[in-house]
Write a protein that binds this ligand. Structure first.
Ligand code: GRF
Length: 196
């Protein structure tokens, strides 16, 4: 089984979706470490309740060392709001997965995180949004796309409602992408991800 680390900053509902998938043997990997850059992140508690090693590491430049000590195979960014250092991206090329709450390349890049993403979608009046799981490259939200799913949002009136609808997709998509990775079914060719 591959050894998975999940990096978070907040509530960790995506982390919870991975924990649940793992309990139901849908993940094909073991979550062995959860790291938060924020001490108060509720996700740390979710990890501890599931019996997973949970650590507060404030400085992102200290994370790579821990990943290597724990012989981590796959890193999942699940609402990790810190800049991932270049060294880590290089050491884990095509082995870091991120979930983003929009259909990339819409509403992504620097400044598009959390509720802001959905506020922009609402302000622009788009009828469709969704979620994207992608490999992490040095460009923010710029790496090869693994999975995307769209949802109609034209009936919603607030960014919070959009967030809720998109989160439902995220909670399905992220465990699915992690499972595909763990089964060695993702191949990156010319910046495109093939599912084999
Ligand atoms: C999610 O919307 C995720 O796409 C984004 O940050 C949010 C984290 O939510 N990257 P949670 O902490 O998993 O509940």
């Amino acid at each position: 089984m591959l050894r998975i680390a999940v990096l978070i900053s907040g509530g960790g509902t995506n982390l919870q979706s991975l924990i649940d998938a793992s309990k139901q043997q849908r993940l094909d990997g073991d979550i062995v470490l959860v790291i938060s850059n924020r001490q108060s992140a509720y996700g740390l508690q979710r990890a501890r309740e599931a019996g997973i090693q949970a650590e507060w590491i404030k400085d992102p430049t200290c994370v790579l060392k821990r990943l290597q000590e724990e012989k981590i195979d796959l890193v999942v960014l699940a609402g990790y709001l810190a800049i991932v250092p270049k060294e880590m991206i290089e050491a884990y090329q095509h082995r870091i997965i991120n979930i983003h709450p929009s259909l990339i390349p819409s509403f992504c890049g620097p400044g598009f995180y959390g509720l802001h993403v959905h506020e922009h979608a609402l302000a622009r009046g788009v009828k469709v949004s969704g979620a994207t799981v992608h490999f992490v490259s040095e460009e923010v939200d710029g790496g090869p796309i693994i999975l995307q799913e769209a949802t109609y949002i034209g009936d919603l009136e607030s960014a919070t409602e959009i967030q809720q609808r998109v989160l439902e997709i995220e909670h399905r998509l992220l465990p699915q992408a992690v499972s595909l990775f763990c089964q060695n079914r993702l191949k990156v060719e010319n910046e495109r991800v093939k599912i084999i």
